[in-house]
Ligand binder design. Sequence first.
Ligand code: ADP
Ligand code: MG
Length: 212
Amino acid sequence: MTNTDFSTLPLGSALLDNLATLGYTRMTPIQAQGLPAVLAGEDVIAQASTGSGKTLTFGLGLLSRLDVSLNRVQAMVLCPTRELADQVARELRKLARAMANVKLVSLCGGSPTAAQTATLAFGAHIVVGTPGRVLKHLQQGSLNLDALNTLVLDEADRMLDMGFADDIRKAVAFTPAARQTLLFSATYPDGIAELSQGLQRQPHTISVAEEP
Ligand code: ADP
Ligand code: MG
């Protein structure tokens, strides 16, 4: 039986108190199975349906490792669409209320690149974006990921469907090899294993079955 109490996790009291404030009392199954490995710094492939609480699973991982005193990008979440990136950004901002002055920047296509570049010049701790636009910033030098410790591919199956595999691989080439890579997906098509092989090291695979 997996323990579903957040307090069993190696999290600081600020994050734990904030979870209680947000009304998150019990871990969902994907959180209970995934968070111990995520917080231990392992690479993880997590498959669970929409609405199962995947954002918190990677969100607590990247926030627990964030050093706000370091004005560098330490975590990046790649999402298939602006709408999904906005959802992730909202959830991460809620979780980050436990920490002072976390700077999260959204880098999605459809917004002016120049405005994003200006925002990045002030520094960022977390980037949430779509692969094409993130790659553009990396190639033009407005985004530096040399201090990245956590890379998240959210909705990886949809990113593959949308043809983002090449942009993802090119963007990841700008990140340190010694990073944690977390891959989240609602389904597990063949392409996911291939993508993982190129990006992850001995990933811990978790799959949570649909509730009947
Ligand atoms: P997924 O990415 O798996 O589709 P989300 O991370 O978007 O799912 O979470 C779905 C909803 O569940 C969100 O509104 C989120 O705030 C809520 N949620 C996540 N974890 C918990 C929890 N442990 N307790 C209560 N609500 C939660
Ligand atoms: Mg999600």
